[in-house]
Design a protein around this ligand. Sequence first.
Ligand code: NAP
Length: 247
Amino acid sequence: MKFSGKNVLITGASRSIGAEIARTLAGFGLKVWINYRSNPEIADKLKEEIEKSGGKAALIKFDVTDEEAFIEGIKAIIDSDGELSYLVNNAGITNDKLAMRMKTEEFMDVIDANLKSTFIGCREALKLMSKQRFGSVVNIASIIGERGNAGQTNYAASKGGMIAMSKSFAYEGAPRNVRFNCITPGFIQTDMTSVLKDEVKENYIKNIPLGRLGDAREIAQSVAFLLSDYSSYITGEVLKVNGGMYM
Ligand code: NAP
């Protein structure tokens, strides 16, 4: 895989899918900025692990729902490296409940964490990358943003919004050589899905043609492709990484 850029910011990167994206992109020679919110120990451990394998990594702490902090975080990267080549909006939450029982605040919390934060990241990246006349952004949406799910009206709205929003950013970025794409993971084995009961997982697996849950590495490899020069003519796309669960 070939990368013309030199660095990448990954939000929510201290664990699960974000951490795997950091490992993979560092393996391709990019300096990875590991954003974390709450757990400096695991973020530090990941940084050390990447450095031990010969990669370049730095930590950047902020909550993606805090606009000012997000903007300051990106500014710190520019102050350090002089550019931001790539951005992966990965941080996300769920707060599942049937719609009839869901409070408006419970709906909005998920919208803020997943959709508003991605808007802030994409907007700030577009400003910088437009000046650079180069850049690529990948937003981690979800299969649920494509097909919906009972108990996830808030999550589905946030992820569906990310897909539509990315396409709009793709139109605005294209004249300046800035690409925006989405990945829609299916059911990936991480902390987020580990809370589900075994029978729920087994039911999901019955509907996955490849017959298994996905691995975080399989998301990370797709992110690498969409950031890299290998996808230089792809923008506004939605790459399904779901084992065939939704085609
Ligand atoms: P996860 O295991 O729950 O990890 C989420 C990460 O996001 C954590 O590092 C968390 O940080 C961070 N985060 C959450 N809110 C944040 C905030 N406000 N500011 C900064 N960081 C924040 O989730 P995952 O399974 O790796 O999922 C990663 C992304 O893939 C999410 O956007 C998710 O919606 C999407 N996705 C996952 C699946 C799946 O099956 N796992 C499927 C489809 C899509 P803390 O450690 O501080 O909590």
